[in-house]
Design a binder for this molecule. Structure first.
Ligand code: MTE
Ligand code: MO
Length: 486
């Protein structure tokens, strides 16, 4: 069309993240995405592309390469690029800074599922201690690790319900508020997803084994104390306040219900250390939220902002990915809004070791006494965990595909008290390690494990009834071949 507006590249470059309006280009087309930014499921990360080409980012975040996304973009079309700036009909995309280039080096014992972003699980051998060694703790990053190197000066902004903002540096938090330590298990929503896939049908997501889980003692200040100081009335909050949104420095976002955030027994921390050391960069340095009893996706790392709100976080990690649908619902057209976001998690357990032991090696061991063993046996180890602060009351083991059962020995509960400090308030925020032994002659088929929590919630025996296309909350009985040895 003759009156088609043409724009020079230099002008596009001016509409970068420091400008009032944000322009991007793709091919020879220019888009003003200013109005889209607040709706972007990935959050403000989109601003990295402002003033330049979308393509290098879409090559990293390949989720964008589909018609639905192209259609959204088309709504923001404003002009074409002046042909004087085109080469072969396209504008040069230029070099973009690799956002992953400053990611930390990881422990080589971690089992890597993806490198950029880093998604690595803990090997079974490291899942058998009550506290998971920090450097072996699973890493689940959706994006890169932001470049934060100074703890004290890192700023946390709290946006109150009326829009007013209060800022604390990490140094302020340490100075102003009492410190608490809580031992809590973090479990990814996708832990054991590979088992669901193998037993049922394909699922969308990283194919984790039993190691997208770990336990640490986290130290920080209570979120409720900080909210009260910032001006939230904990006794009588405005009744329109429903959620607390968390924003990570790299753009990740999630939210939790306000009741959990301000509950005196909820033990939500703004944590700055993990097992007595400053948080490692992969685990949120210098500040993360720790939401015990909830799916780990809510424990936002590299915390930079908290928003007191009447609605959930608009991020894809709140409104989409972490939801379960019925076994019949296909990946193509879920009604995302029809299912609630996962918060507290269901009861879970796994076998992390199967070992044949000769009778003479077992003699006099506590296990031999408990189980009255005098013959060659198989010793099993594993973990059991319930969300919502519910205690594990029992772990059942079957040596023969679920025909006969025995109870595993729950190992000592090594958790630090909840932040209320009272032993009576001791919620179970952490897993229990367990152990069991059976005579080798009783073993046939597969070992199974299932746990029961203090509300008598149990794990489903198979995956088919809880199959969901995203493979979330895979918690059917863990079945392990008897021949396995390690
Ligand atoms: N926070 C930020 N800022 N970015 C992320 O990608 N991943 C979430 C959560 N918090 C994530 C985040 C998910 S899905 C999980 S399972 C946990 O962090 C993983 O925590 P970890 O890497 O310390 O084990
Ligand atoms: Mo996760």
């Amino acid at each position: 069309p003759p009156n088609q507006r043409l724009i020079r590249l230099d002008e596009i470059h001016e509409h970068n993240r420091t400008a009032d309006t944000y322009w991007v280009f793709r091919g020879d087309k220019v888009y003003d995405i200013t109005d889209w930014v607040p709706n972007h499921p990935g959050g403000e990360v989109i601003l990295r592309a402002a003033g330049g080409s979308l393509e290098p980012y879409w090559n990293i975040f390949t989720i964008h390469q589909k018609q639905e996304v192209y259609d959204v973009l088309e709504q923001y079309f404003i002009a074409r690029i002046d042909p004087r700036d085109l080469v072969d009909g396209k504008a040069p995309t230029g070099q973009v800074e690799d956002p992953f280039k400053n990611d930390p080096i990881r422990d080589s014992a971690l089992i890597q599922h993806s490198e950029r972003p880093c998604n690595s699980e803990t090997p079974e051998s490291e899942l058998r201690s009550y506290i998971t060694p920090t450097e072996k703790f699973y890493v689940r990053n959706h994006l890169w690790v932001p470049d934060l190197h100074e703890a004290d000066s890192h700023r946390l902004t709290i946006e109150l319900f009326d829009g007013e903002e209060v800022v604390y540096t990490v140094a302020d938090l340490r100075k102003k508020f009492k410190e608490y330590s809580i031992t809590a298990t973090l479990q990814c929503s996708g832990n054991r997803r590979s088992h669901m896939t193998q037993a049922s049908r394909p699922t969308v997501g990283l194919q984790w084994g039993v190691g997208a889980i770990g336990t640490a003692t986290w130290t920080g200040v209570r979120l409720r104390d900080v909210l009260a100081d910032a001006g939230l009335d904990l006794q009588d909050p405005d009744e329109d306040i429903k959620h607390l949104k968390f924003v990570g420095a790299e753009a990740y976002g999630a939210s939790i219900p306000i009741d959990k955030a301000i509950d005196r027994h909820g033990d939500v921390l703004l944590a700055f250390s993990m097992n007595g050391q400053p948080l490692p960069r992969d685990h949120g340095f210098p500040l993360r939220v720790l939401v015990p009893g909830h799916v780990a996706a809510r424990s936002v790392k590299w915390l930079s902002k908290i928003v007191i709100s009447d609605e959930e976080s608009t991020s894809q990690w709140q409104r989409r990915d972490y939801k379960c649908f019925g076994p019949n619902v296909r990946a193509s057209h879920p009604d995302w809004d029809s299912a609630p976001a996962i918060q507290e998690t269901p009861v879970q357990s796994a076998i992390t070791s199967v070992r044949r032991v000769q009778a003479d090696q077992l003699l006099d061991s506590a296990l031999a006494r408990v189980y009255g063993l005098e013959e060659d046996s198989v010793v099993l180890e594993g973990y059991a965990f319930a969300g919502g602060g519910r205690h594990i009351v029992r772990v059942d083991i079957s040596p023969d595909r679920g025909h006969t059962w025995l109870q595993a020995q729950l190992q000592e509960d090594g958790a630090k008290m909840g932040a209320s400090g009272s032993p009576d308030d001791h919620r179970a925020w952490a897993w229990r390690q367990w152990r069991a032994a059976v005579p080798a002659t009783q073993v046939s088929g597969k070992f199974c494990v299932k746990a029961t929590d203090d509300s008598y919630n149990v794990q489903p025996d198979t995956f088919e009834p809880t199959y969901n296309f995203r493979g979330n909350l895979a918690n059917a009985w863990h079945r392990v071949p008897v021949s396995r040895d390690d």
